[in-house]
Design a binder for this molecule. Structure first.
Ligand code: NAD
Ligand code: TYD
Length: 348
């Protein structure tokens, strides 16, 4: 029996990772540590909440004493660290939240892990989940590879870059066994409707405008969240210590092209006349310091561990829309209360 700590498991990607590990590894005890910020939601894990190998722990990675006691109590053999402040727009309004959680919170976990195992790291692993945004912004050509120099442009990206550096420094200085993965934009079920795809699904459903930043000619690489969870599983079990793996969908879209595809699928699913949803597109003020293009080269992960995405973007997007349309109550719950204030401040 191994004790595995997954942080941020009540959030979007974390909830898919927790579900995969709880179902696939009955011989692991999975501890899901989450502070339940606005982005954390226990409904995301409701289906596995009664599993005998699953425990939810409410707590904050910023709280040093709490983290140290938790590690002493459960002696985690492995950590998969996803807890973070994750939305670029919020990092522009409140950078300190990102610095505290993403940098200091990560350091607290590393210190607790090191204090527990420093005499013998055999069979132990700290897996840090990161983003392609640490590499900065690309021009029209080129791809991010694992050796691309870091050049983060937003407070979010800088906080993640900083935490990546700290993890690597613990590997070098204390021989703490780690792996890091840097992934492109995820989409899928349970994503909080502040990010592009769920926000636009929600707005189309409610006949609200679709706020496109700037001219919409920004490019992202999109990956279905369940494919990310499978990559994390593979890297956690088969990845080489001290290595970095880029994870991406080989799937670049400009925001405008993506939005038109989304509108087309929404028209079909809601039985609206073709072109109805696209009429909601509204060009709004651009995001400050908006990164032009992200594109990941995930060849290393494919070559060394045999991973590749399992769905096309059209399939993944269709599944995602279906999930949101079938889970209206989930969407209504997360968009009541504080969400309304956020939306007003951000878009009105
Ligand atoms: P999310 O915002 O949906 O979820 C984050 C979770 O962390 C929430 O459940 C929240 O309650 C929890 N959390 C936040 N602060 C905490 C704290 N101080 N203590 C304990 N828990 C806290 O984020 P996500 O999109 O699921 O991203 C998860 C991870 O993956 C992040 O580290 C992010 O940087 C990384 N990532 C995300 C994407 C993406 O497209 N969403 C892409 C690449 C990498
Ligand atoms: P987002 O989902 O916030 O992810 P990230 O900023 O991490 O890439 O945004 C994806 C792209 O969509 C990004 O170029 C910003 C743009 N965008 C809009 O045009 N309008 C919006 O309301 C949002 C949230 C994002």
């Amino acid at each position: 029996m191994k004790n595995i700590l997954i942080t941020g498991g009540a959030g979007f990607i974390g909830s898919h990772v927790v579900r995969l590990f709880v179902n696939k590894y009955p011989n692991y005890q999975i501890y899901n540590l989450d502070a339940l910020t606005y982005a954390g939601n226990l409904e995301n894990n409701i289906d596995i909440s009664k599993a005998s190998n699953y425990t939810f722990v409410k707590g904050n990675i910023k709280d040093i004493d709490f983290i140290n006691n938790l590690f002493k109590k459960h002696r985690f053999d492995g950590v998969i660290h996803l807890a973070a402040e994750s939305h670029v727009d919020r990092s522009i309004t409140n950078p300190n939240d990102f610095i505290e959680t993403n940098i200091l919170g990560t350091a607290n976990l590393l210190n607790a892990f090191r204090d527990l195992w420093q005499d013998n790291y055999e069979g132990k692993l700290f897996y840090h989940v990161s983003t392609d945004e640490v590499y900065g912004s690309l021009g029209k050509t080129g791809l991010f590879v694992e050796t691309t120099p870091y050049d983060p442009q937003s407070p979010y990206a800088a906080s993640k870059a900083s935490s990546d550096h700290i993890v690597r420094s613990y590997g070098n200085t204390y021989k703490l066994p780690f792996v890091i993965s840097n992934c492109s934009n995820n989409y899928g079920a349970n994503q909080f409707p502040e990010k592009l795809i769920p926000l636009f699904i929600h707005n189309i459903r409610n006949r609200k405008s679709l706020p496109v930043y700037g001219d919409g000619n920004y490019t992202r690489d999109w990956l279905f969240v369940e494919d990310h969870a499978m990559a994390i599983d593979l890297i956690f079990h088969k990845g080489k210590i001290e290595e970095t793996y880029n994870i991406g969908g080989f799937n670049e879209w400009t925001n405008l092209n993506l939005i038109h595809l989304l509108c087309k699928q929404m028209d079909e699913k809601l039985k609206l006349q073709e072109g109805t949803s696209a009429k909601l597109i509204t060009f709004v003020k651009d995001r400050a310091g908006h990164d032009k293009r992200y594109a990941i080269d995930a060849t290393k992960l494919n070559r060394e561990l045999g991973w590749k995405p399992s769905v096309t973007f059209e399939e993944g997007l269709s599944k995602t829309i279906d999930w949101y349309l079938e889970n209206e109550e989930w969407l209504n719950n997360v968009t009541s209360g504080a969400y309304k204030d956020y939306y007003k401040k951000m878009y009105d």
